[in-house]
Structures are given as structure tokens and as C-alpha cells.
Write a protein that binds this ligand. Sequence first.
Ligand code: HEM
Length: 214
Amino acid sequence: MYITLVICTCFVTVFSFPKGFISLVPIPSENFEFYDVLDTNKLFHLFWKFNETHITFELHAKTRGYIGFGLSPNGKMFPSDVVMGWVKNGNVHFADYHTTEHSAPVKDHSQDYTLLNGEENDFGTVLKFVRKLDTCDENDYRISDDTVRIIYAHSENDPNDENDLRWHGTESRGVKFMYLLNAVTKPDLSGNIITRDMTQTNVRLCFKDISKHF
Ligand code: HEM
């Protein structure tokens, strides 16, 4: 499924990416169970996995500036639980914030997201981080198997420092409603299971469709 998506992404979006980025597709650092593209321009790619207590995200964004990623109760920028990070001169800056208005997020007293990796590569900027599903911090969103509203944003340039967080612009932010814990995954075929492939000819896919599930 991911391979199909990668190939289609190459063809459909080859002309729409900013200049200076060699790779058109993100390469995850490990074989994550879940993957989704957050925006229609295919600038934000999210890989994730979870267990009973923790969730690990790996966000790849086509930018050399900051990345903002958040969990929002209403799909708006605030009030939300967000992380922001960027890579400047080889150093990774990353922290747990929350939003209270349409301005720079406020750093949480309790830092509940742990950075596992941050880097710039041929695709853009990568942040990999882990948190508890329920951090017990009132400024963090409790992740359940309900629909989650993911918000995201990026800037073109790195901030000079933590006090220099600037507006992302209207084309570089958005929201996606999705399931994190209930996401569709491959069925477990390790047991004693009989499978049958059914094929159908003459099925038309819309230009935008990458695949169809029945
Ligand atoms: C860095 C400081 C930031 C500033 C100064 C800022 C400012 C703003 C402003 C003025 C708007 C309304 C105009 C518009 O539609 O673009 C807005 C909207 C939005 N922002 Fe931010 N923002 C910041 C960071 C972030 C971050 C980190 C995220 C995501 C994690 C985010 C997500 C959004 C979203 C999804 C919207 C559209 C929904 C809404 O209007 O609430 N912003 N932001």
C-alpha cells in the first residue's frame, strides 16, 4: 500500500514541490504500522505506532523551517496541544507547547513529548517523538480511539530562537480528522487462514484516487 502511494506521489506531485528538495517521498526510519499524508499538497507525512501506553510519531515535512504538529479538540489552532521543532546548523530544537490564541504557542511547564530524532534530509525536515497516550498534563490532549483532529503548520525559515516563532501563512497549515488508535492496518495473516484474490476489470479510478477498497 505504501509502495503504491510512493509511486503515485512521485508522478502526481513532481512539479508541485518547492525547489531544493531532492527527494519526493519521505523514507521512514523504521517500518511503522501506520502512515498518512496530512495535506493535499503532500508536504506533511505522518508515520506512527502505539502500544497500550505510548504513541510514537515520525513527521516528515517538506520544509527547512519549523514544523508544528498538534492535537486539537475542535480542529482549530487553539486551544491545542502542540509540539514545534526545527533543525538549525545541525542542532535540533524541539519542545511541548500549547496554544491559547492565534499567536506563538506557549511552552508547557510539563514537557511530555520526548524527542527521539530530528534531522534535515533530502525530503525536508523530520521529527520523531514519543509521548504517553494520557500524560495527565492539563495542557496535553488525551489520545483515545476517538477521532483525532491533527493540526499542522510549517514555516519556510528556521526561527532565530524560541522567542522568534512566526506565523506560518495560510498555505502552510491545516487540519486533518483521523483515527490514530483505530486506524486501518493490515490484517494478521499469520494464522491458519485461507485467502482468495478477486479481480475486476474495467473499474475506473478517478484521477485523484490512489486505490479503492471494497
Ligand atoms: C509560530 C507561531 C504561530 C503564529 C504566530 C500563528 C498564527 C496564526 C494566525 C494569525 C492564524 C489565523 C490566520 C490563518 O488562517 O492562517 C492561524 C491559524 C491557524 N494556525 Fe497558527 N500560528 C502559529 C503556530 C501554529 C502551529 C504550531 C500550528 C500547528 C501545530 C498552527 C496551526 C494553525 C491552524 C490549523 C490554523 C487554521 C485554523 C484556525 O484558524 O484556528 N499554528 N495561526
